[in-house]
Design a protein around this ligand. Sequence first.
Ligand SMILES: Cc1cc2nc3c(=O)[nH]c(=O)nc-3n(C[C@H](O)[C@H](O)[C@H](O)COP(=O)(O)OP(=O)(O)OC[C@H]3O[C@@H](n4cnc5c(N)ncnc54)[C@H](O)[C@@H]3O)c2cc1C
Length: 434
Amino acid sequence: MKLHHIVIVGGGAGGLVLATKLGHKLGKSRKARITLIDAELTHIWKPLLHEVAVGTLDSHKDDVVYLSHAIYHGFEFQRGRMDGLDRGRREVSLSPFRDEQGREIIPSRTVSYDTLVIAVGGVCNDFGTPGVREHCLFLDTHPEASEVQRLLLNCCLRAQTREGALEEGQLNVAIVGAGATGVELASELHIATRRMVAYGFDRINPEMDVKIHLVEAAPRVLSMLPENLSEATEKELRRLGVNLHLGEQVTLASDKGIATKSGLFIPAEIRIWAAGVKAPDFLRDMDGLETNRLNQLVVDQTMQVTRDEHIFALGDCAACPRPGSERPVPPRAQAAYQQAYALADSLIRRLNGKPAKPFVYKDYGSLISLSDRSVGNIAVVVLGSITVRGMLAKLVYMSLYKKHQLALHGPIWVALASLINLIRLRTEPRLKLH
Ligand SMILES: Cc1cc2nc3c(=O)[nH]c(=O)nc-3n(C[C@H](O)[C@H](O)[C@H](O)COP(=O)(O)OP(=O)(O)OC[C@H]3O[C@@H](n4cnc5c(N)ncnc54)[C@H](O)[C@@H]3O)c2cc1C
């Protein structure tokens, strides 16, 4: 008998949790066939990417390898980048995969589905600003974060072995966008540059030579969050020595630095764009599906797209209504995680001929980690009026990631992996140096 085929495109914070849940509930008992498609071979939880970018996290220790995870959890995996859809034939098309030399490894192909879930996440929005695509780095994907880490290390190696004085902007980093990603990246960079010196980069004085600039068009950092949080965060960033440029709209990026509308020019060897979120461009007008101005697929409260009963979307690439709010469910890891759980239930209900349940997002607060581990302090601001610090704050922040790992691997794996990580902390360098 031909099994109902559920295809999930995108194995991120939402898609991988969904595939794992459905694999357990349907795939293993052969009640349905589950296939996950992702453009990469490994998964890393995206909120860790700023740590990968500065080298405070060696990503290979936290990667999930799709091929082996799929075998253990009752689903199939295919590597591929979705580039189109044929709703009439119920087929997803995947572009050819090429290696670094441009050789075609996997040709373009199609995968047919009975039910399709699109969970391809979001990307930064450069708002068409000239020079950004060519001269800025991004943190949307694992390879992009690794590229930032490689460039940072090379900059420091060049500065360490220089003959004369530092050139203008040589060890400057300009980060555009003071949302959660930009803010956390700035504070993580502060730690990384101090750790560098401890590993022998003694010709670099982090206080004098390294300048971290955070540029934001809004008048305050974390402009989507309440003002008291912005104030607390700004104070903490200034204490770390981060240069804040608020109310500055970037008009141009070049290989020398960043220019703003007010005439300011920030010389910077490394320029990172961390502003705005939109869904990938290929979703716009994809075989007649409805999208909004951010390319997000418009879905109803059951996460079904408005124009096709066989297609669902979740996470950053979906605009899911939120009762009582004009704005849709926000693009956050906790939202993608909650949606994955709810959609797993709904898809199982549908297979049993029952209607899907509407999804209601529960906001458990926003966590911003401003770590200054060089002095053993971590400050985490929790949405609301509560500010938590110290060990408790660190535990609250880590619990978010642990929840994601629990959904993927279960409690025994998480307990053992946490123990191994504790041992590694004592035996391995605290900064990726290769
Ligand atoms: C640096 C950074 C820090 C963040 N920090 C936080 C935080 O502290 N708290 C928080 O709540 N949120 C945070 N976020 C946002 C959070 O990571 C996202 O909201 C969340 O990951 C969205 O989950 P998702 O499943 O929709 O997509 P993602 O987790 O982005 O996964 C998308 C997946 O789709 C794959 N893919 C993309 N395009 C294609 C294609 N065409 N074909 C096939 N596969 C494709 C990708 O490889 C990826 O595996 C952060 C994001 C970034 C970038």
